[in-house]
Write a protein that binds this ligand. Structure first.
Ligand code: SAM
Length: 234
């Protein structure tokens, strides 16, 4: 039998994203997506992060803890390809994968003993983080890299606001001291709706950001309008 190795988290994410739906498919697509990585003992001491203030971005290696599966899949259907084309799991960044390990390059905004303040994240609240590594531009930037399946960032859908929803968002942004309107616009512009759904204007979608429920609809194809930003139910 193949030898198994065990890993243990070095910390957990506190994230603006409280559910999987509406999280961008990659980091950096929503620069206003912020969170704090809370390190646990013994890594919560200053020694473990000494020198990290010299670094602008870090790689996070983490567990897709809400997508772990006992039986590994060989093929997956990436949402990026509309969900109806299957690909080898190793050709994709799918969350369902052997060992359930994710990796994201995120911006490091502030370092404190036991805490990293991050932005541009695509990690869910409570995500167990396995390791942190500094981004090394000379090694990590590959000028002639190619990926024909994901050649460019997904096209952005225009996002409009109901007047009342924009006021709600601005008020909550002040309360939270977070770039909330930007976060909502950047995430909804990715069009979180599953590709196979053709939404009628009556159909209302919703997702939680921070402690808020955000609801939106598609008044016409290719256009999103934010309807309300209200305190989350629970
Ligand atoms: N950048 C990472 C990578 O390439 O490994 C993640 C890519 S994955 C396609 C991005 C999606 O992972 C997000 O849209 C979100 O829904 C999902 N996700 C984020 N954190 C998760 C977690 N802890 N458990 C399960 N799914 C998660």
């Amino acid at each position: 039998m193949t030898q198994a190795y065990s890993v243990a988290p070095i910390g957990f994410m506190r994230s603006c994203f409280k559910e999987k739906f509406a999280i961008p498919r990659q980091p950096q697509l929503a620069p206003a997506a912020r969170g704090v990585l809370e390190l646990i003992a013994p890594f919560d001491q200053g020694d473990a992060v000494q020198g990290l203030e010299q670094v602008s971005h870090v790689w996070l290696l983490f567990l897709f803890h809400q997508a772990l599966e006992a039986t590994p899949r060989l093929k997956v259907r990436p949402p990026r390809l509309g969900g109806n084309q299957s690909m080898g799991v190793f050709a994709t960044r799918a969350t369902h994968r052997p060992n359930g390990i994710g990796q994201s390059v995120v911006k490091l905004d502030k370092v404190e003993p036991g805490r990293l303040w991050l932005s541009g994240i695509d990690l869910l609240e409570g995500t167990p983080v396995l390791d942190i590594k500094p981004y090394v531009p000379y090694a990590d930037i590959i000028a002639d890299a190619r990926n024909s399946m994901a050649a460019a960032a997904p096209a952005r859908v225009p996002v409009q606001w109901e007047d009342a929803a924009l006021i709600q968002a601005q008020e909550h942004a002040l309360r939270l001291d977070e770039p909330l309107t930007e976060l909502i616009e950047q995430c909804l512009a990715q069009d979180p709706r599953p590709a196979y759904q053709t939404p009628t204007p009556e159909r209302v979608y919703g997702a939680q950001f921070w402690d808020l429920d955000v609801r939106w609809h598609y008044p016409q194809s290719g256009l999103i309008r934010v309807l309300e930003v209200v305190p989350a139910a629970s």
